[in-house]
Design a protein around this ligand. Structure first.
Ligand SMILES: Cc1cc2nc3c(=O)[nH]c(=O)nc-3n(C[C@H](O)[C@H](O)[C@H](O)COP(=O)(O)OP(=O)(O)OC[C@H]3O[C@@H](n4cnc5c(N)ncnc54)[C@H](O)[C@@H]3O)c2cc1C
Length: 426
């Protein structure tokens, strides 16, 4: 029998039906209702309701081009909730890191690859938010990204400069009228081939981090070329390799001139890494919700397989690790929200301390999601490996988070430097 997606059905009707979005949301809600504040729990449920209706109404199979859904999601104010956008006359409530965590959890249960793609668009929102200086073209880009009308990508990585991101080879030369001319190559940009707007870093002098600058780029400009590269683990996310040949960037689009680029790059990294932490925790819950339903219903040797210790105990172990990391993530989100409410921005010292916390959580959550998604699929036997559920998406996507956003080695390098600093303070 072939289902509406054209896949051969491997999973029993009743179990497959029980792993639907609504029931998986119920599993998540029962886990989180006692630890979330009512305001956050209510928002989580509101986003869940939106996606249940969205999936039903559009008869979604999760094989579609997920980018086509983003405008409708943006109309509901569900592309990002990190910031307060009242200056754009957009009154999205609630907002902040905790609200973003809730938005991401609900979105990930609906479609993990969509969640990753929207996450990369958000990375473009934050730098423009910090540096728009009320300039019309920047506000226009910001509004289009926040409302999901347009897609964004961030261009840091180059073919020859990955982890060593501050020694860029892409150059920017200033022209007499204050515009810049950009030349070089970028690679592995999430959303690159779909992006309307890009935030890109280049250096006045190649290899010199002190001369880095930050630009907002309209990807329809002459000299911008993009090829889609293939990351087989996330087949519906478009990832690009960009070539810039004499791309002229007018003055109004320079978010930070030469000398400011490196600072602007690092100012966004904490939130980028915490965004990946939220994504990782959401994927782990999504996998656990599938597995918990499946092993409670699947019988072998006349017993539900959960009742065998070989299945129940490892699932309990993954569940407790996921819950522990959820509590840690919630805690840091709430501290960030409190600071933002108190000071309107994150104090410099706090942001500095957050560098290590973000690396610690990014490292732990990336390895957690990879282990949990694989472990849950494994406990589901063939049902976890076939294409009838989102488990295949989760298996693939959970394998890339140790690389994107700075590799695991780089996170550990940051932590080891911090251990040295802490020792020197004794
Ligand atoms: C799916 C995906 C999406 C991505 N999205 C984006 C995006 O949107 N925008 C963007 O700009 N980039 C993006 N990236 C790029 C990503 O940030 C880089 O891949 C990453 O920073 C590593 O760079 P690299 O691949 O060149 O590896 P390299 O830097 O060449 O690293 C190779 C190996 O060496 C190790 N290594 C390097 N330096 C050190 C060191 N000092 N100490 C110890 N080990 C070290 C690394 O950990 C790794 O194991 C994405 C990547 C992927 C895979």
């Amino acid at each position: 029998m072939v289902n509406k997606k054209g896949e051969v059905q491997c999973i029993d009707d009743e179990i497959l039906e029980k792993m639907n979005l609504k029931t998986r949301y119920n599993f998540l809600n029962n886990n989180l209702m006692s630890i979330l504040k009512p305001r956050n729990f209510n928002f989580l449920r509101k986003v869940e309701k939106f996606f249940i209706r969205f999936e039903e109404k559009n008869n979604i199979t999760h094989n579609e081009d997920c980018y086509e859904w983003i405008p409708a999601i943006g109309e509901e104010g569900l592309v990002t909730r990190i910031n307060n956008f009242t200056e754009l006359d957009l009154n999205f409530e609630p907002y902040g890191m905790t609200a973003e965590f809730m938005r991401c959890l609900a979105t990930d249960f609906f479609d993990p690859q969509l969640t990753m793609a929207m996450g990369a668009s958000i990375l473009v929102v934050n730098p423009i938010m910090l540096h728009h200086e009320d300039i019309d073209v920047r506000l226009k880009a910001l509004r289009e990204l926040v409302t999901g009308k347009k897609i964004g990508c961030v261009c840091i990585t180059e073919p020859e400069r990955g982890s060593d991101a501050v020694h860029m080879l892409t150059t920017c030369d200033e022209n007499e009228d204050g515009s810049f001319t950009l030349n070089g190559e970028k690679i592995y940009q999430t959303n690159g081939p779909k992006a309307d707007w890009a935030v890109l870093y280049a250096a006045k002098e190649a290899n010199n981090g002190n001369t880095m600058a930050q630009f907002l780029i309209d990807t329809s400009w002459d000299g911008w070329e993009v090829e889609r590269l293939n990351i087989p683990w996330t087949p519906r996310v478009h990832i690009g390799k960009e070539t810039l040949t004499n791309v002229r960037v007018p003055k109004e689009y320079v978010l930070g001139g030469p000398g400011l680029g490196r600072e602007h790059l690092f100012e966004g990294l904490n939130l980028e890494r915490l965004g990946i932490v939220i994504l990782n925790v959401s994927e782990a819950w999504n996998a656990i919700s599938h597995a918990a339903i499946y092993v409670n219903m699947r019988k072998q040797f006349d017993k539900e397989v959960l009742k065998y210790q070989g299945v129940g105990f490892p699932l309990a172990e993954m569940w407790s690790k996921t819950m522990s990391l959820t509590l840690a993530t919630l805690h840091i989100c709430q501290i960030i929200d409190e600071k933002m409410e108190q000071f309107g921005t994150l104090p410099k010292n706090f942001n500095l301390a957050l560098v290590v916390t973000a690396s610690q959580l990014k490292s732990q959550s990336a390895s957690l999601t990879e282990r949990v998604c694989y472990g849950c699929a494994n406990l589901m036997g063939g049902a976890g490996l076939c294409d009838n559920t989102l488990m295949q998406d989760l298996l693939g996507i959970s394998r890339i988070h140790q690389v994107g956003g700075g590799t695991d080695q780089i996170q550990k390098y940051i932590m080891s430097l911090a251990l040295r600093q802490l020792f020197k303070m004794l």
